[in-house]
Every structure is written in structure tokens, then in C-alpha cells.
Design a protein. Structure first.
Length: 238
């Protein structure tokens, strides 16, 4: 884990498994947690508040991001104010747009001015991040989550967008740029090199941490061994 200790970036665990979150909370290299409705659905969570309260009973000091679920701006605001009551270590996830493509800038401004800690999610472009920065209250904390993994899926280098966002955020002492939708361990090192402040890493990828720094020659032999052992179950006739 020596390579991880040399990184400046903060690592947040992204998932909805309560057991995994409690286990990861004990790890010194995990600085916070995020989840979202899709992850919660996969984990078969049906009671949002009950799920959140279970988490907050044990994760009391590290940042935890919970997302609003409505498509209506008025309902989003009500949900945000309710979620904000649950604990002081909560960041409320507000998508940059609703499902109809209408941006949430006015709502972000209102909530930021009220001092709520926000995690502006589903941000894909520098222009979107710039619009968010323009309305954030400089006295309120916020994360701007750039969906780097999904950007990369389109064939575009997300690091270039991340770098521009990091530079733009420097005038905001309480704003952090977050690399979201991590796809592989190497993304952590990419994000750190880009100067990103935070990266959210899925629980499945965090389980690969023991591979960091692994000798590639040894890894080559292990991989060949795995293929060889698996081949014993396959008939090869001449």
C-alpha cells in the first residue's frame, strides 16, 4: 500500500453495501463515502432513510454523500433540506440537470447560500462545472463530481477536463473537484496526476488494492498458471 500513501488525492468508497461500508470505514486510506439511487437499487434497498441512518450510526466523522431522488426542483429542495438534518457529515448530491435536461443552477445557488454541503453530480463538461462555480457560495463546502469514467467511455480524455476544473476551482477554498465513475485502479493515479482532490472508487475496485505495486513478472506467471489450471476442465482432442 506504499504507493497509495504517496498520493495526495482523497479516496472515497462508492457503493451501497452497508457491510462493505462499515469494513472500509476502518481503513485509513478511505476518506469518505458516496452512494446513489442506482447502487441502492442494485443492493435492493427500499427504505432510503433507514438505510442512511444505519450508515450514519457508525460513519460519523468521514464525509458521506446521499443523493436526492426527485425530478422536481421543489421536491429536490425539500429532500435536500430533510437529508441535511440527518447528520453534520453529509454532503447532498444534486444532479446538474434533471431527467428533462433542465439545469439545477438556481437550486444549487439557494442551497449553497443556505450553507448546505453539496455534491454536484453528473457533471460532464468544463462549461457545466464553471456554471456551478459561478453560483456556489464561497463560504459553503461543495464537491463537483466530474463523471470521468463515462466521459472516457465516449473516447474523450477526462483528465483534460479535470485539470481545467481544478484550476478554475482554486479561487474557492471550500470546493473540491471529484473524479467520479472510476473504472480501474489506474484511474486513481491518473486523477492524482491531474491534481484532482477526490476520487470515488467502487467497492469492487477497492478489493483490487492488494495488486498495487505487484511485480509484473510474477503476475505474468500467475496469469499463465490460472489459464493452465482452467484448461484442465476443457477437452482438447487431436
Amino acid at each position: 500500500m506504499s504507493n497509495i500513501k504517496n498520493l495526495k488525492i482523497n479516496i472515497f468508497a462508492d457503493g451501497a453495501s452497508i457491510a462493505d461500508m462499515f469494513s472500509l470505514n476502518k481503513k485509513s486510506y478511505i476518506s469518505g463515502f458516496t452512494t446513489n439511487p442506482s447502487l441502492m437499487k442494485q443492493a435492493q434497498i427500499t427504505d432510503y432513510k433507514s438505510f442512511a441512518m444505519q450508515i450514519l450510526k457508525k460513519i460519523k466523522s468521514k464525509s458521506v454523500s446521499f443523493e436526492v431522488t426527485s425530478d422536481s426542483f421543489n421536491e429536490m429542495e425539500k429532500q435536500a433540506l430533510e437529508i441535511n438534518k440527518w447528520s453534520k457529515n453529509i454532503f447532498i448530491k444534486i444532479p446538474f440537470t434533471n431527467s428533462k435536461g433542465k439545469n439545477t443552477i438556481d437550486l444549487i445557488k439557494r442551497l449553497s447560500d443556505r450553507g448546505l454541503k453539496l455534491n454536484i453530480t453528473s457533471v460532464f463538461t468544463y462549461q457545466q462545472a464553471r456554471k456551478v462555480l459561478n453560483v456556489l457560495n464561497k463560504h459553503s463546502e461543495a464537491y463537483i463530481s466530474i463523471f470521468a469514467g463515462r466521459i472516457a467511455d465516449t473516447g474523450i480524455d477526462p483528465a483534460k477536463i479535470i485539470k481545467k476544473c481544478v484550476i478554475a476551482s482554486k479561487e474557492f477554498k471550500k470546493v473540491s473537484i471529484l473524479w467520479a465513475s472510476c473504472r480501474e485502479i489506474y484511474n486513481i493515479f491518473e486523477a492524482d496526476k491531474a491534481g484532482c482532490h477526490i476520487i470515488t472508487v467502487p467497492h469492487s475496485i477497492l478489493k483490487k488494492f492488494p495488486l498495487i505495486g505487484k511485480n509484473l513478472e510474477n503476475y505474468s506467471v500467475e496469469t499463465a498458471r490460472d489459464f493452465y489450471l482452467d484448461s484442465k476442465d476443457i477437452i482438447f482432442k487431436f
